[in-house]
Design a protein around this ligand. Structure first.
Ligand code: AMP
Ligand code: ZN
Length: 478
């Protein structure tokens, strides 16, 4: 079935047609590892995971590459501000390398908890310095760079379609708010290589043709994606904040290096997770710089499972802002619990159930596939799932089979759910055995007495063909 994705480049939903039949090259901008990822960042990774799962659902072979930004970069997108890694190191009295390792591990744990499929290649910026230097040299050779005060800059005026992704108005002074860098020839120019750091104790430095220094932020994504996916590939993703600067500059560098070969075919961007700010009575993007952000660990300490947050994210389309609140998360947690109970019940029932309605199943599967293939419409797909649970035209077996198929996208681990095995205490078992014996002797009075004693111990005994069954009741006596 045809897959349609909204491409930021054309501002349209487009039919997905990869460069190489049935293969999809996917690059997702990874975390900057100077702090925990907040649940806003994780919303973006969940959206990207749904995209990847949808590609796999459509039988594409996916090669997924994600970078780890472990080189120190500036707190502002526009090459100004404070070095993020140094800020983390100072905060925690550690080296920048220790900070990078710690928060990379924490991020990997988060994505595992969220059941995000691991990328095929996870690449660290600090381990790909030579690729970044080689790319800057190509840009230098093609005449797109200039040196000023020890740093190498990309000259955006040399590229006639600079800013096409963000549809930038190059005449407007859009960066008026940020500190001006007097070395720049044009306001959108950006640093490819720093030798003159603004920070005295800059720890991460490497030798280069331009002197001891470190790369600018954007170059790592161009260099590493091209190394692992080739000079042209299918899909590149990130949050919407990356459109105007980071992705715009990635495109500029990559296409200027390869002689203007169109670099990426489909650009997908996820909207923000926002929170209500009471003092300002408005909603604001969750951001790391705020320091008052929520992490998966915060949610866990409030008694939630990471998968409750995953469910919550599916309630809103990825191109719409999502407002976080604990009430809304609670709603998602309750819904996920209900879903789990239903699935366990269906699993039990489908053991006895032999009826299968292939055609009816197909109808629902088609509906679900159309929805996810319509630019990942997860809210609608969720409605289809609840519709499956409700309908009377499907047997338990049909429903269970369908839900496991849907779960390839949901990632709720529905196939692993088990009826909780309850351990029946020995004294309860003994009473039930005794009751069975007295019933064989038709001593109904004694049988009722034993039932009552069992009930007081918190169990309900019932009669079956094989003998008896015990279910949990209310504990009345210790
Ligand atoms: P960073 O670690 O800051 O490089 O961000 C990692 C990813 O999270 C990027 O794709 C960002 O665009 C994305 N992101 C940052 N803030 C938010 C937010 N509030 N909601 C959703 N995504 C976000
Ligand atoms: Zn990137």
């Amino acid at each position: 079935m045809a897959l349609f994705l909204y491409n930021t480049l054309s501002r349209k939903k487009e039919l997905f047609q990869p460069l190489h039949k049935s293969h999809a090259g996917l690059y997702t901008c990874g975390p900057t590892v100077y702090h925990y990822a907040h649940i806003g960042n994780l919303r973006s990774y969940i959206f990207e995971d749904v995209l990847k799962r949808t590609l796999l659902f459509n039988k594409f072979k996916v090669k997924h590459v994600m970078n780890i930004t472990d080189v120190g970069h500036l707190t502002s997108d526009a090459d100004t501000g404070e070095d993020k890694m140094l800020r983390g190191a100072r905060r925690e009295n550690k080296t920048v390398w220790e900070i990078a390792k710690f928060y990379t591990d924490a991020f990997m744990q988060d994505i595992q908890k969220l059941n995000i499929l691991p990328p095929d290649i996870v690449c660290n910026a600090t381990e790909h310095i030579s690729e970044q230097i080689a790319l800057i040299q190509r840009l230098e050779k093609n005449g797109f760079t200039y040196n000023a005060c020890g740093n190498v800059y990309f000259d955006t005026s040399k590229l006639d379609d600079y800013g096409k992704l963000a549809r930038l108005d190059l005449g407007a002074q859009t960066q008026a708010r940020v500190e001006k860098d007097s070395n720049k020839k044009n306001q959108h120019d950006f640093v490819l290589w720093f030798t003159k750091s603004k920070f005295q104790d800059q720890e991460m430095k490497w030798p280069s043709p331009w002197g001891l220094g470190y790369p600018g932020w954007h170059i790592e994504c161009s260099a590493m994606s091209m190394r692992y996916l080739g000079e042209q590939f299918d899909i590149h993703c990130g949050g919407i904040d990356h459109i105007a600067v980071h992705h715009t500059n990635e495109i500029a560098q990559s296409e200027a290096a390869t002689g203007k070969k169109p670099w990426v075919r489909y650009w997908l961007h996820g909207e923000f997770l926002v929170i209500q700010v009471v003092e300002k009575s408005s909603a604001e993007r969750m951001a790391k710089s705020g320091e008052n952000f929520i992490t998966i660990r915060t949610l866990e300490t409030q008694g939630y499972d990471a998968l409750d947050y995953r469910y919550f994210c599916f309630s809103t389309h990825y191109r719409m802002p999502l407002m976080f609140s604990y009430e809304a998360l609670e709603g998602a947690a309750v819904a996920r619990k209900r879903l789990a109970e239903k699935v366990i019940e269906l699993k039990e029932n489908c053991k006895k159930d032999v009826k299968v309605h292939t055609e009816r199943q197909e109808k629902y599967l088609l509906q679900f596939t159309e929805q996810i293939n319509d630019d990942l419409n997860m809210p609608q797909a969720l409605a289809t799932m609840w519709g499956v649970l409700k309908t009377e035209e499907l047997s338990a077996k049909d429903k269970y089979t369908l839900l496991l198929k849907f779960d390839k996208i949901w990632g709720f681990n529905l196939g692993l759910l088990q009826k909780e095995k309850v351990k029946i205490p020995n004294d309860v078992k003994k009473l039930a055995e005794e009751r069975l014996r007295v019933r064989e002797q038709k001593d109904w009075k004694k049988s009722d007495e034993l039932r009552e004693r069992i009930r007081k111990l918190g169990w309900i005994v019932g009669d079956t063909k094989e003998g008896y069954e015990l279910k949990r009741g209310e504990l009345l006596e210790k």
